[in-house]
Design a protein around this ligand. Structure first.
Ligand code: R5P
Length: 295
């Protein structure tokens, strides 16, 4: 097995390679003056299982393009199997056609990866397993999904949130808060979230939850603008929660997100290293390496 960290995941790719007991062979990368990416793979991929580690944020279009170029090159160089390890998969949220004419971008990305020669795609906390079940049959690519929520919950348990209530911003994430609650032990609930399909503005309500005097953690797959998480944190603080942690797998953190969370009263903000940010205190390297060992 050859592990090739792409330009977006050099550090994580190297850590994964170390955990697998192999050398990381990073792809050579530079930008042409016009902004196009130059990529060169290390030698020796012929006949090998090649694991490309490349997250796709920030700058999703460029990083997706780099991934496609690396995958196609590995296949051209006669890799036996190409595994795209994409800790954060851009476009995974656009997986349903809510308005007529909307693009199913998740489906498009899977198709592109497949045509570039990717045999296996490994993703951490995919936005919706349900949508994957609908879309995957259109493709021959094998998709492996891993959840970082138990790893985050274990970290929180050791950092002052043992016994905390686990919440998710919408009912679709019931499974993840159940898993978190098994670790933190404080019970779980979810907010009811609806989103205006034209403006994207969410409305959130939490029902039948008594967090007064308790610690709570809100778990989400992504923090982007921070709006969803901030609403959840504020709601819990308004209901008397003593301490609230805002936890996510993928920290996209658009401008203003940190301020929004602070203003909402978040006592702790944390994420994994699927996207490199200062909040990525929990590593997904073990999770990914363990899965790769079984491939
Ligand atoms: C949406 O369905 C996701 O699970 C996240 O809740 C959402 O992407 C967070 O976005 P934002 O931080 O912009 O509210």
């Amino acid at each position: 097995m050859i592990v090739i960290p792409g330009p977006a995941s050099k550090e994580l790719g190297e850590t994964i390679a170390t955990k697998l007991g192999v050398c990381a062979n990073p792809a050579e990368h530079r930008l042409f003056p016009d902004g196009e990416s130059y990529l060169r793979l290390p030698t020796g991929v012929e006949g090998e299982t090649v694991v490309l580690v490349q997250t796709t944020a920030p700058d999703p279009d460029r990083k997706t393009m780099q991934l496609l170029i690396m995958a196609k090159t590995a296949k051209d160089l006669e890799a036996r199997r190409v595994v795209a390890c994409v800790p954060y998969l851009a476009y995974m949220r656009q997986d349903k056609r809510f308005l007529e004419g909307e693009a199913l971008s998740f489906d498009v990305v899977l198709g592109l990866l497949e045509s570039a020669g990717v045999d296996d795609l490994l993703v951490v906390d995919l936005h919706s397993e349900e949508s994957l079940a609908d879309i995957q049959p259109r493709h021959s690519i094998r998709v492996h999904t891993l959840s970082a929520i138990p790893v985050i919950a274990r970290y929180l348990k050791e950092h002052g949130y043992d016994g905390a209530y686990s919440l998710s911003p919408d009912a679709g994430r019931k499974d993840i808060v159940e898993a978190a609650s098994d670790i933190l032990g404080g019970g779980f609930a979810f907010f009811e979230k609806t989103r205006d399909r034209h403006t994207g503005e969410p409305t959130m309500k939490v029902k039948d939850v008594d967090v007064k005097g308790k610690k709570a953690v809100v778990f989400d797959d992504i923090i982007s603008s921070g709006g969803t998480m901030a609403r959840a944190v504020k709601g819990l603080k308004d209901q008397g929660a003593t301490r609230v942690a805002a936890a996510c797998t993928h920290a996209l953190f658009m401008p203003g997100a940190e301020e929004r969370l602070k203003e909402a009263g978040a006592d702790l903000v944390l994420a994994t290293d699927t996207v490199e940010t200062p909040y990525g205190v929990v590593s997904v390297a073990d999770l990914i390496a363990d899965h790769l060992k079984g491939l």
